[in-house]
Design a protein around this ligand. Structure first.
Ligand code: DGL
Length: 290
């Protein structure tokens, strides 16, 4: 039975910490909601795995979130969405499930040079969700789409993005390469990548390049909000659940009132704990759940 309680949690799933970039947008737009996050850190990265394996691992995670009583699930992973979104929706027809696809469409429509790049995992780049956007939007708009894949990017983020690594060096050079090719939109097609957006923006600024960096986090949070409203599942404001609390204090910045993020990882260690806290900042309270 799908949970139709307004105050039931929203479930988020990613192979690792990447989906936290989506969670940050959700927490901003929907601060009264409760969230449960499942990170399959035992099997990260997914991007090099074959489609069947990605589908199996994703369905395990979705079932786990369903068992926690989630009212809506976000597959906050482009690679997992590419191979398991349709099946997950078929398995849970009553449950709203939101998946991710790289924000290629807005990038194509915003491009002045007619050349955009999408940075994603091998799995996402080969998946039908992305290639459908290329067929439906890029081709009719005569836009060239360069697909870029570096298998070290996800492990680099999971390792806390050390600046002195070869991956950072490659990324630095790659930004120059994109500019030389006339690319004016960089699409971050993996939920891990927004965590190095400040690094990219710094490169773009210091090299005085004209390039936008786009991701789908904000649009996904808007989509979740729409679905909650449509299904009458928006959480009641926390102030009304705790009598005597002034609703003007119930903001995203009020860490005392906002529910903590419940975080589950299939493999957890202290290093991961420190990384999560660094990525989320001090505003978010975390409750670990193993
Ligand atoms: N955050 C996942 C995505 O959006 C990372 C995939 C991986 O684990 O390789 O695709």
């Amino acid at each position: 039975m799908v949970n139709k309680e307004r105050n039931a949690p929203i479930g988020l799933f990613d192979s690792g910490v990447g989906g936290l970039s989506v969670y940050l947008h959700l927490a901003q737009q929907l601060p009264d909601e409760h969230y449960i996050y499942y990170a399959d850190t035992l099997h990260v990265p997914y991007g090099n795995r074959d489609s069947k394996e990605i589908e199996t691992l994703t369905l395990i995670a979705v079932e786990w979130l369903y068992q926690q009583g989630c009212k809506l699930i976000v597959i906050a992973c482009n690679s997992a969405s590419a191979y398991a979104l349709e099946t997950a929706r078929r398995c849970y027809p009553q449950l709203p499930i939101v998946g991710l696809v790289p924000a290629l469409k807005p990038a194509i429509l915003a491009s002045k040079s007619g050349h955009v790049a999408v940075l994603a995992t091998k799995a996402t780049l080969n998946g039908t969700l992305l290639n459908q956007v290329i067929t439906d939007i890029a081709l009719p708009n005569q836009t060239i789409v360069t697909k870029y894949f570096d298998p070290q990017l996800v492990p680099w983020v999971e390792a806390g993005m050390p600046e002195n690594s070869e991956t950072a060096q490659r990324l630095h050079q790659q930004v120059q390469g994109f500019a030389q090719e006339g690319i004016d939109q960089l699409v971050l097609g993996c939920t891990h990548y927004p965590f190095f957006k400040p690094f990219l923006l710094q490169e773009i600024e210091s090299q005085q390049l004209s390039m936008d960096v786009v991701d789908s986090g904000k649009a996904i949070a808007e989509r979740v909000k729409q679905l909650l409203v449509k299904n009458q599942l928006l959480a009641l404001p926390i102030s009304s659940a705790h009598s005597g609390i002034d609703s003007s204090r119930t903001t995203v910045n009020n860490t005392n009132i906002r529910p903590p993020l419940i975080f589950y990882a299939s493999k957890y260690d202290d290093k991961l704990g420190m990384l999560i806290q660094r990525l989320l900042g001090t505003q978010i309270r975390l409750q670990r759940y193993c």
